[in-house]
Design a protein. Structure first.
Length: 301
């Protein structure tokens, strides 16, 4: 594995670890009386303030040309869409089923890359996608998992939004921008969107109690600031398909942290599924050059 791939892989793994904290920290925040709309606004607001403060202090170039600005707008809309549709799906189906449906996006991304020849067709990557999907099923499946067409549609919408988000970040116009600036725009747009959600719903704008603020700030710094920053850096160094496969490690991290932080139960299927996902991540990062494969002269990573 070359240095560029190593950095990219490490950053995406960092993102999955950061996002893995979301369920446990959110549960702890809700336990302190924080409303969903308040939590989301605070999470993105504080992260955006932190990011843009750094951007202005370092005088990073944040202005974009028309083409880049349009793509950045699409990325921001996709990120808002994936978060919103996922929460909407929870109103109709279980979180486990929503996770399974929404995490079909790695297969979509890998398929798009291979069809468009952005990445060569690799048996190892296809196997990695299958392993990661089955492994995730082991982790989140429950006997009482119920289905509802509206909830499944929302969860599938999450997957589609994730595809647009990841492919947008992987585009040449966005890759040319500074990672901190890209992350800054994603955070800012999410903060603005959830500001209006708080206004419309009449929910408190800020969490003010000390015990609430601790969890809100942790979500902002770890699960928003660093999570999005690591993802933007990671996609500058590895393909969207590899990043998507590594993303399936997120439920593994969430289960482990849930066990440590809030006493969730780790079952045998969860452990088996976690092992399958780890294997999938390793398979997806096997070096391109292989003695049995002839390199494609027209392919450049």
């Amino acid at each position: 594995m070359d240095k560029k791939t190593l950095i990219g892989t490490a950053c995406i793994i960092g993102t999955t670890i950061c996002y893995g904290f979301v369920p446990s920290l959110s549960f702890l925040a809700f336990g302190q009386g924080v409303q969903t709309e308040t939590l989301l606004f605070n999470k993105f607001f504080y992260a955006a303030v932190l990011m843009w403060t750094y951007i202005f202090i370092k005088k990073l170039p944040y202005k974009m040309d028309g083409k880049s600005a349009r793509m950045m707008g699409l990325v921001c809309i996709a990120y808002i869409g994936l978060a919103t549709t996922l929460y909407l799906s929870f109103n109709y189906i279980s979180g486990s089923l929503a996770t399974i449906v929404s995490f079909t996006f790695p297969a979509m991304i890998v398929a798009i890359e291979m069809i468009t020849k952005m990445e060569p067709v690799r048996l190892g990557k296809i196997l990695a996608v299958v392993l990661s999907m089955v492994g995730m099923g082991f982790i989140v499946w429950t006997p009482d998992m119920g289905g509802n067409i509206i909830g499944i549609a929302f969860a599938f919408g999450t997957a589609l939004c994730y595809v647009v988000y990841v492919m947008g970040l992987s585009s040449k116009t966005i890759k040319k921008q500074h990672s901190l600036v890209v992350a800054g725009y994603v955070l800012l747009s999410s903060a603005v969107f959830n500001f209006f959600r708080c206004m419309i719903s009449g929910k408190p704008m800020f969490a003010v109690a000390p015990n609430q603020l601790v969890y809100v700030l942790l979500l902002a710094v770890v699960c928003a600031f660093f999570a999005i920053l690591f993802y933007c850096i990671g996609l500058k160094n590895i393909s969207a398909g590899n990043a998507a496969i590594i993303n399936t490690f997120e439920p593994v991290v969430a289960c482990i942290l849930g066990y440590v932080l809030i006493g969730d139960i780790l079952t045998k299927p969860m452990i088996i599924g976690s092992g399958m996902i780890v294997l999938a991540v390793l398979l997806s990062n096997i070096p391109q050059k292989h003695p049995r494969l002839k390199p494609d002269a027209n392919y450049s990573k």
